[in-house]
Design a protein around this ligand. Structure first.
Ligand SMILES: NC(=O)c1ccc[n+]([C@@H]2O[C@H](COP(=O)([O-])OP(=O)(O)OC[C@H]3O[C@@H](n4cnc5c(N)ncnc54)[C@H](O)[C@@H]3O)[C@@H](O)[C@H]2O)c1
Length: 304
């Protein structure tokens, strides 16, 4: 029997977990942010605030509500305390299957019996973690994109034993946040939309990583064709190149297809500490990446 969702706990409050915590607080859920780093939620909040303000983004939560939402989120560094009253737990720890299984095992022991256990993983289906929890029927994937920036679609996918009641509760909860659920009917890597994004990402990493094109031209082509303001490489900078690498590796580990293996050039960037927006440099340099300059898509302005 699934409990009515009132108390929501985020486990891992880095770039995604913090955004989900904000959305949950904004929708009136009693929200707890657990992270082994004591001020992780506040630190990420500050980064998100600065980043979206600077970009002039119109966020999903109105600016005037940000502080109220931030203050409503209870921060915890003790997992047992953070989840003891939870009705819904969303795991958003780094994309590592061993770590996620460890977390699901702990959640199985420390959460109340009826709690729903969700993973925000970008690439790992819940079927790879559900057994560790000891209650696979309560587990599912609830995968957010960059919600505070207005990307309010959310993939939802069950595992091998997820009950229809749990799926429905997750589906309704997503809607209650002001988001759009994208339901996956049978398990597939990459869910509904991440699959499409992943195909684009793999292809541009291949053409750049093998020296066929400069990443800027791949982004220019994308922006002109789709009318978006950021191309795939700019988006990868935002996600974090270490996170992108881990996600690509999980696809490779699943398929063992050499074409799925992320390019060496990406790993070299990561080893140099070039992780994207969060480190100030990735494919572009921040806070003023060249793709924001009007000359990026207009060589006439650049005088070329
Ligand atoms: N970055 C993105 O754009 C994006 C988008 C969608 C989904 N995701 C997924 O969300 C998850 C988190 O990604 P992120 O980008 O927020 O990562 P992140 O590195 O920004 O944050 C991870 C957080 O988890 C914490 N953590 C580490 N070990 C922990 C543990 N044992 N228990 C609790 N917390 C722990 C870290 O201290 C950190 O605050 C990943 O599964 C990723 O695939 C990321």
């Amino acid at each position: 029997m699934v409990k009515k969702i009132e108390n929501v706990t985020l486990v891992g409050t880095g770039i995604l977990g913090a955004q989900i915590a904000m959305l949950a607080a904004n929708a009136g859920y009693k929200t707890t942010a657990y992270d082994p780093i004591s001020n992780a939620f506040t630190a990420t909040y500050k980064k998100l605030y600065a980043d979206l303000k600077e970009k002039g983004v119109n966020p999903l939560i109105p600016w005037e509500s940000w502080e109220t939402c931030r203050d409503a989120v209870l921060q915890e560094t003790d997992l047992g305390k953070a989840v003891r009253d939870a009705d819904l737990v969303i795991e958003a720890v780094p994309e590592n299957i061993e770590l996620k299984n460890k977390v699901f095992a702990e959640l199985g022991q420390k959460t109340p019996a009826g709690a729903i256990l969700a993973s925000n993983s970008s690439s790992l289906p819940i079927s790879k973690m559900e057994v560790s929890s000891g209650r696979p029927e309560n587990c599912l994937n609830i995968h957010f994109y960059f919600p505070l920036q207005g990307v309010n679609m959310v993939d939802i996918m069950g595992g091998t034993k997820t009950t229809s009641e749990v799926m429905q509760a997750g589906y309704d909860w997503i809607i209650s946040l002001g988001c759009v659920p994208l339901k996956v009917n049978k398990e597939i890597l990459g869910f509904c939309f991440n699959n499409v994004w992943r195909a684009i990402k793999r292809q541009v990493l291949y053409t750049w990583g093998n020296g066929f094109v400069d990443f800027r031209d791949a982004d220019r082509g994308w922006c002109i064709f789709t009318k978006m303001k950021e191309g795939p490489f700019a988006l990868m900078d935002k996600v974090g190149l270490d996170v992108v690498y881990d996600i690509e590796m999980s696809y490779y580990n699943d398929s063992k297809d050499p074409k799925d293996f992320p390019p060496d050039a990406l790993l070299k960037m990561i080893k140099r500490g070039e992780l994207g927006v969060k480190s100030g440099k990735g494919f572009y340099t921040y806070p003023n990446p060249e793709f924001l300059d009007p000359s990026f898509l207009n060589p006439k302005i650049a005088g070329k």
